[in-house]
Design a protein around this ligand. Structure first.
Ligand SMILES: Cc1cc2nc3c(=O)[nH]c(=O)nc-3n(C[C@H](O)[C@H](O)[C@H](O)COP(=O)(O)OP(=O)(O)OC[C@H]3O[C@@H](n4cnc5c(N)ncnc54)[C@H](O)[C@@H]3O)c2cc1C
Length: 422
């Protein structure tokens, strides 16, 4: 009988680690998350139940180490040919159980991309930060602090606005950066993360790429304060809050790549973020397929299983069609991240545009489909016992982040149509 493993994946370019990563994460998710995820949903403020589950995945099973180079005790994914496809598999398997857990886990890699990935490994910072992640059995998180009160989309709109709207300011005083600013929304804020990657400007209002700075700040540095977690519609395992930086001092060498290169490689964060988002979507949809399958076999209409009715079968087929396509483009995005020799640099405008196109297609289709699935299930779709309503709440949120749909559209149109003003 077909199941989730029968959806298409481009097997000819999967990571050699694919099977083992898949098995590790699936067995963790089935034991630690699927039976409890409804309780996790209520645990958004404290993370009393969520935290031990993360400890097992990230600390005990060691998955928080994967990106770091082997020389500092990592698994070397950041310089392997399987950065994209290896990450995709982990994120998708986690998202099948809980897309918010996949986000919180995926974001651990986000700022680390700046220092762990070839060809811009910053070995000094890898040596400095790797022990935090490697010498412990507890989950250790990072956060990527970009969004500010005046707008997140403009900050990510790198090629048009060149960082000119960033207000968080870093000034070099002797051998220290002094940082002042206010960030909103970073995944793993509200006290979860131990280390922040902070998007700053060294000259407010400037569009000069050399003034864009990506600086690491340990969360316990004097002058850092965080708010309480926001109460969102879903995504309970992902805590988000305000972060304030008030005369925060860190060593000058905590800047990730240096003038010009911080700007350049930050766009790799965008491409990989879009790719990861597709994995969160396809993972959640795989689980909706499982739930839907069971429901349409058990539930009858005029004496026949629901799935044996023409109209219902049409909805089921369209769902599968869209999941097939989302998965194929998700793995294609991952492959494009793995093979810059074939597809171009991960930080190129082309990769930013193409991965954003894939991402907003996937998110839009998922939101559309989960609505149709709920129509099909009727009142049962809203029943928390079945968990479809959880995916419905979570998937809507996926559509909104990283500048939302509008920024994706602007960046795609800009690259493919050579637009000059958006
Ligand atoms: C669960 C979750 C996790 C998140 N994680 C992170 C994180 O890890 N790090 C982080 O820094 N942020 C994070 N965010 C914030 C998120 O990325 C931003 O909310 C998002 O980028 C949009 O920014 P904004 O809310 O400031 O909206 P704005 O930028 O103010 O935009 C408001 C609306 O206007 C639209 N818009 C913007 N510009 C234009 C334009 N020129 N033309 C037409 N429409 C436009 C936008 O698409 C949006 O719909 C997260 C958000 C959520 C919900």
């Amino acid at each position: 009988m077909p199941g989730i493993d029968d959806f298409t994946r481009p097997v000819e370019y999967l990571s050699p680690l694919d099977r083992s990563l898949g098995e590790i994460v699936r067995s963790w998710a089935e034991k630690e998350v699927l039976p409890y995820r409804r309780e996790y949903d209520e645990d958004w403020e404290e993370h009393r139940l969520i935290e031990p589950a993360f400890d097992r995945l990230m600390g005990e099973l060691g998955l928080q180490r994967v990106l770091f180079p082997e020389e500092v005790g990592g698994w070397g994914l950041g310089h392997s040919d399987y950065l994209g496809t290896g990450s995709y598999r982990m994120f998708e398997e986690i998202a099948r159980a809980d897309s918010a857990m996949a986000v919180a886990f995926g974001v651990v890699f986000w700022p680390l991309i700046m220092i762990c990935n070839e060809p811009h490994v910053n070995m000094r910072l890898c040596e400095e930060f790797a022990p935090m992640f490697i010498e412990t059995n507890k989950a250790v998180f990072t956060a990527n602090a970009m969004t500010e009160p005046q707008g997140g989309a403009d900050i990510e709109n790198m090629d048009l606005l060149g960082g000119s709207t960033i207000e968080t300011c870093a000034i070099l005083e002797g051998d220290e950066w002094v940082i002042n600013g206010h960030k909103l929304w970073p995944t793993n804020s509200a006290g979860v993360a131990d280390l922040f990657g902070v998007v700053c400007t060294t000259s407010p209002g400037s569009t000069d790429p050399e003034e864009f700075a990506f600086i690491f700040v340990p969360a316990d540095t004097e002058g850092v304060t965080q708010g309480k977690p926001y109460q969102k519609a879903g995504m309970a395992a992902d805590k988000n809050s305000d972060i304030w930086f008030e005369n925060v001092r860190v060593p000058s060498w905590y800047r990730a790549c240096g003038p010009g290169d911080d700007f350049k490689y930050f766009k790799e964060i965008i491409s990989l973020g879009s790719m990861g988002t597709i994995a969160f979507v396809s993972g959640a949809m795989m689980n909706i397929y499982e739930i839907l399958r069971e429901f349409c076999e058990e539930k009858t209409f005029r004496g026949r299983p629901l799935k044996e009715n023409d109209d219902v079968a049409g909805v089921l087929a369209d769902f599968v069609r869209d999941l097939e396509v989302i998965r194929v483009i998700g793995y294609q995005a991952a492959r494009m991240m793995d093979r810059p020799d074939l597809y171009g640099d991960r930080w190129s405008e082309e990769m930013v545009a193409k991965t954003r196109a894939f991402k907003y297609f996937a998110a839009d289709k998922a939101v559309e489909n989960v609505g149709l699935v709920m129509n099909l299930m009727g009142a049962h779709g809203s029943d928390r016992v079945r968990d479809v309503e959880k995916h419905w709440r979570d998937l809507k949120i996926v559509q909104l982040w990283m500048g939302g749909k509008q920024l994706c559209q602007m960046e795609v149109a800009r690259w493919f149509f050579d637009c000059e003003t958006l």
